[in-house]
Structure formats: C-alpha cells, structure tokens
Design a protein around this ligand. Structure first.
Ligand SMILES: Nc1ncnc2c1ncn2[C@@H]1O[C@H](COP(=O)(O)OP(=O)(O)OP(=O)(O)O)[C@@H](O)[C@H]1O
Ligand SMILES: CC(=O)N[C@H]1[C@@H]2OC[C@@H](O2)[C@@H](O)[C@@H]1O[C@H](C)C(=O)O
Length: 394
C-alpha cells in the first residue's frame, strides 16, 4: 500500500534531500528556481545549489499580475483566476527547468514555493486597529504538485502571522542556520524589490537575532523607470541615475515617513512605497522642475539611506561584515551610496560564502521546507519552525 505519510517519513529520514526552492518576489521579474542539495537539518544544514535559473514572465503575464498586486481595489475574479494560473505556470516552468538541466522529476524530494505576494498588511501600517497582521501569497501549490508530480510545501508566511509576527522577513531562519559563526559579526542584506537584513552577531543564539525590512530596495526605482522610459523595466547598471544629481529637498521629503522611525523589526512593501509615495514627496518638497535623471539619482540615494539608517539603528553598524545579495547588488551606484553612508562596515558579495546572490531567497525557502519535513521543530525555541502547508501530487 502507498501511503503519503510513510513517503514523507522516508523523505524526512534521508541523509540528503533534493529540494527545488522557488521565489517570485516583489519585482515581478520572473520565477527564481534553485535546485538545492540539502544535507542534514538545523544548525548542521549544508546546502549546495546544483542549478539555478530565473525564468522571466512574459510582459502580458507580468501586466496581469501587476493589476492585482499591492493595491486596495482589485477585480476579485482576476485574483481567483491568477491563484490557479500562477501555480500552474510555476509548475510548467519547473518542468521546463528540469528538462533543460536533464534532471528526472522523480529524483526530486520536494518543491518549496513562496508564491506571489499580492498584499502585505502589517497592523503597524494601518490606521484602524481591529485586524491583526496579515499577508497574502497566491499561486496554488496543488497546481504545482499536480503539474510536476512533486510534493510541494508552500504558504510559509501564515504560521509566522499566526505566531503574532508580521509574516516576514523569513530570511532570519535560513541566515541563522547557514551563516552562524564565531569569528565575525555579520549583516546579511538582500536588496530585492524591498530591502531587508538579518543581523547575526558572532556566537549568537536564535533569540539574539534580528531580521527586518528597511524600506524600498529596487521597487521605487523600477516603478519610475517603467513609467517614464519606454521598453525599460529597471535602471540597468544605474545608467539613468548616474546622469542626474541628488535633490536634497526631495530626499528629505522621501525620508519623512513614520516607517523610518519605527523600531526594528518592521516590514513593508510596494503597498506603501509606490509612485504615489514619490509624487506626494515631490508635492511636499514643492518641486516643479526635476529631470528624470535627478529623480532616479535621488531615489537611488533614498534607497541607500533607508538601508543605512536601519543598520545604524542596530549595535552592529561598526566592525561588522555586510554580505549583500539580491538584484540590487548589480546596481553599482546603489552599493557605492551604501559604502559612503556606512564607512565603518566592510562590504562583501554573499558569493564569498559560496552562495549565488541571485539564488539566495529561493534557496532560503528550500531550507524552510527542509526544516518542515525533516527538522526538529524545537530548533528555534518558542519560535517553532514548521512553516508551510503540504500539497500532494496525487
Ligand atoms: N544590472 C542591473 N543593474 C541595476 N539593477 C539591476 C540589475 N539587475 C537586476 N537589477 C535589479 O534587481 C531587481 C530584481 O531583484 P530581485 O530579483 O532580487 O527582486 P525580488 O526577489 O523580486 O524582490 P523581493 O526580494 O523584494 O521579493 C530588478 O528589478 C532590478 O531593479
Ligand atoms: C510579504 C513579502 O513577500 N515580503 C518579502 C518582500 O521581499 C523582501 C522583503 O519584502 C521580505 O520581507 C520578504 O521576503 C523575504 C524573502 C523574506 O521573507 O525574508
């Protein structure tokens, strides 16, 4: 007799597991797929990425997702349709990825799917105080499991919400398991659509850790480029921003929001940091004549200030090593702005720790699935780590 619980048990008893981590982030650029070989669990976890690919969304598909993301009023039928469609499409992308890499789906143990965040609503950012923290990711995992034939763990953020937290950043768990060390104080900064970091003091236990969003990563720059530069979706190598000058009045207006004063940890998203936020800052600063290049230079600096100010709120803003990942690492003006604002930190690409900076988030979700299926849920004290729900392929 075939029984799913006994099959899950067999996977959990393996010495190493092959897990496909998926991330489709706030930038909506496509699906990151990282095939990971994961040995052990908890602090003994060892991971290597066997194959990694970002499969870009078509413009039409990205546009249909954009219409239902991060906005308060949407066509509910589209949400319903896209919940199934995103799951089905992600499943198809995985099949294509496995074919391209000559890998048999039957050798895979699990898929770990983040889904697509369509709305993130921490209580802190709301005026009414009745509802608790909430976040919503779509892209149904049953679709992924049925299309690929691989058991899929998904919807990782809801347990965090149920534990009274904000549902993000979940990077804290993987960063702790993979990068704890006795030699140096470390900051793991990921600059995706939204930027976040984990603070890992040397010899820290899980309870000493902090992980927080800092504000926009690439999102505001991306949105402005998309709106004003036909055919472009982001400021490649900061070519546009490098042609402009920072406008200090606009920069100050952009930084003038309670989010930046809130204590750490905190989370946010494009629900707050969008073009309306920028236009409001331009109105507040009473600015009339700004070139697109000046706006981009200012948004670039603003992004760096948000990150640097949050890091300065911690005790690790000196004598720590900062390891950077995420698409923002390719924006040299942004990393130069950061170095200028945080002169006492030493900056390294996370690649120096053997991790591809573009694959890091997908890999982190593979680690979460590994813990859910095979880990000891007491590894994190009261912060039980059995996140996600299991979708079976048959
Ligand atoms: N060569 C480059 N020059 C400048 N920026 C780049 C370059 N390559 C990528 N980026 C930026 O990185 C972004 C994608 O980053 P990433 O894939 O890490 O985001 P995400 O995972 O969608 O976001 P999040 O982590 O917030 O969910 C692009 O939208 C772009 O702004
Ligand atoms: C709700 C949501 O999807 N949040 C994302 C987003 O993208 C970056 C930042 O905001 C982070 O808090 C989180 O993702 C990463 C993977 C995390 O949870 O660690």
């Amino acid at each position: 007799m075939k029984n799913w619980l006994s099959e899950m048990n067999a996977i959990s008893l393996k010495k190493e597991r092959l897990i496909i981590g998926l991330m489709s982030g706030t930038s909506l650029d496509g699906l990151d797929i990282a095939l990971c070989k994961i040995e052990g669990t908890g602090l003994s976890t060892k991971v290597s990425v066997i194959a990694f690919q970002t499969i870009p969304y078509t413009d039409a598909f990205r546009d249909s997702i954009k219409k239902i993301c991060f906005v308060k009023s949407v066509d509910l039928e589209q949400v319903c349709l896209l919940n199934s469609e995103i799951g089905r499409l992600h499943g198809t992308y995985i099949n294509q990825f496995l074919r391209d890499n000559n890998i048999d789906a039957k050798s895979m143990d699990l898929i770990a799917s983040h889904g697509q965040t369509i709305f993130h609503s921490p209580k802190r950012l709301r005026e009414e105080d009745y509802f608790s923290n909430a976040t919503l990711q779509i892209g149904d995992a049953d679709q992924i499991a049925c299309v690929t034939g691989i058991t899929t763990v998904a919807d990782f953020r809801q347990k965090h919400i149920a534990q009274g937290k904000e549902g993000a950043p979940l990077a804290i768990y993987g960063d702790y398991l993979l990068f704890s060390n006795n030699a140096e104080n470390r900051i793991f900064l990921n600059i995706g659509g939204i930027a976040n970091f984990t603070l890992l003091k040397k010899e820290a236990t899980f309870d000493d850790l902090l992980s927080t969003d800092t504000g926009p990563g690439n999102t505001l720059m991306d949105q402005y480029v998309y709106k004003n530069f036909e055919g472009k979706r982001y400021d490649k190598n900061a070519e546009i921003a490098l042609g402009g000058t920072v406008n200090v009045d606009l920069l100050n207006a952009l930084l003038d929001h309670p989010f930046f004063e809130n204590e750490l940890p905190k989370t946010t998203g494009p629900e707050l940091f969008n073009l309306e936020y920028l236009y409001e800052a331009i109105r507040k600063a009473n600015l009339k004549m700004l070139s697109h290049e000046d706006v981009m230079a200012t948004l670039n600096r603003f992004t760096a200030c948000g990150i640097a100010n949050a890091i300065k709120q911690t005790q690790l803003s000196i004598n720590s090593v900062i390891y950077i990942s995420g698409g923002g690492i390719h924006n040299s003006l942004l990393t130069n702005n950061l170095k200028e604002l945080l002169p006492s930190l030493s900056f390294k690409n996370i690649e120096t720790l053997g991790i591809n900076p573009d694959a890091k988030e997908a890999l982190l979700f593979a680690i979460l699935a590994n813990e859910t299926i095979a880990g000891d849920y007491r590894s994190f004290g009261d912060n039980a780590l059995s996140l996600g729900k299991i979708s079976l392929p048959k």
